[in-house]
Design a protein around this ligand. Structure first.
Ligand SMILES: C[S@@+](CC[C@H](N)C(=O)[O-])C[C@H]1O[C@@H](n2cnc3c(N)ncnc32)[C@H](O)[C@@H]1O
Length: 218
């Protein structure tokens, strides 16, 4: 029998890949909602949280053009790795020649790294593109060292909660070409992280439609 979940997942991943391959060259300089506006807000929030934290190795899943790693590398003497589905986004990242950084094409649900590799994993404005969010969380848990931190900042439906999720995930995603397929909100993401084995350090709505959660591997 045909596995419809796999078919669905393939389609959204392909849409995201095409969408961001096409955006890559203008992503940084186009400061609107469909481009880098929300990413810049999330990246700044993640940087603020990490400003007084020491770490040796950080993985940014869905790194895009390395906006976050570029900022972090200025203040943290650590190894920074960026992973993204889009080869064109990775090309933009690599072309920035950020010291002590490395960029790889890959998928959030199949991270090409060994168990317990990173002190910190970040994910800025990428999570709502993942068809299998449980697998993405489990992969982060696997590659984090014990005590490691996962910082997830994403677009959510704010106070619309379940109604917003239903509209976004069951209506919008069927005609959108952006690859969006899993919009959520703060409390739901916190529940999902706990169910997948994380402890929650902090979670807040940083704007009406953007939230950040800091979670920890026990
Ligand atoms: C809105 S951009 C955000 C980029 C960057 N993190 C930022 O905040 O500016 C979303 C990024 O997630 C990547 N992405 C989408 N689905 C992915 C997946 N399944 N695995 C890895 N990366 C993915 C896209 O290619 C894109 O570069």
């Amino acid at each position: 029998m045909k596995n419809t979940n796999t078919t669905k997942a393939k389609d959204f991943v392909k849409l995201s890949e095409e969408w961001f391959d096409n955006q890559a060259k203008v992503y940084d300089k186009t400061d609107t909602i469909l481009y880098s506006k929300y990413g810049k807000i999330s990246c700044k929030d993640i940087c603020d949280y990490l400003s007084d934290k020491k770490y040796d190795s950080l993985l940014d899943v869905g790194c895009g053009t390395a906006y976050l790693i570029d900022l972090l590398a200025k203040t943290h003497n650590a190894k920074h790795i960026g992973l993204d589905l889009s080869a064109e986004m990775i090309r933009q990242s690599s072309d920035k020649n950020i010291p002590n950084s490395q960029f790889v094409v890959g998928r959030s649900d199949d991270l090409p790294f060994g168990d317990e590799t990173f002190d910190v994993v970040t994910c800025s404005q990428s999570f709502h593109h993942y068809p299998d969010t449980d697998k993405a969380m489990q992969e982060v848990l696997r590659v984090l060292k014990p005590g490691g931190i996962y910082i997830l900042s994403d677009t959510g439906v704010g106070f619309f909660k379940m109604v917003g999720v239903a509209v976004d995930n069951f209506i919008y995603r069927h005609f959108s070409k952006t690859g969006d397929c899993n919009v959520s909100y703060l409390n739901k993401t916190i529940r999902d992280l706990k169910r997948n084995g994380f402890e929650i350090e902090k979670g807040e709505n940083i704007t009406t439609f953007i939230y950040t959660v800091v979670a920890k591997k026990k």
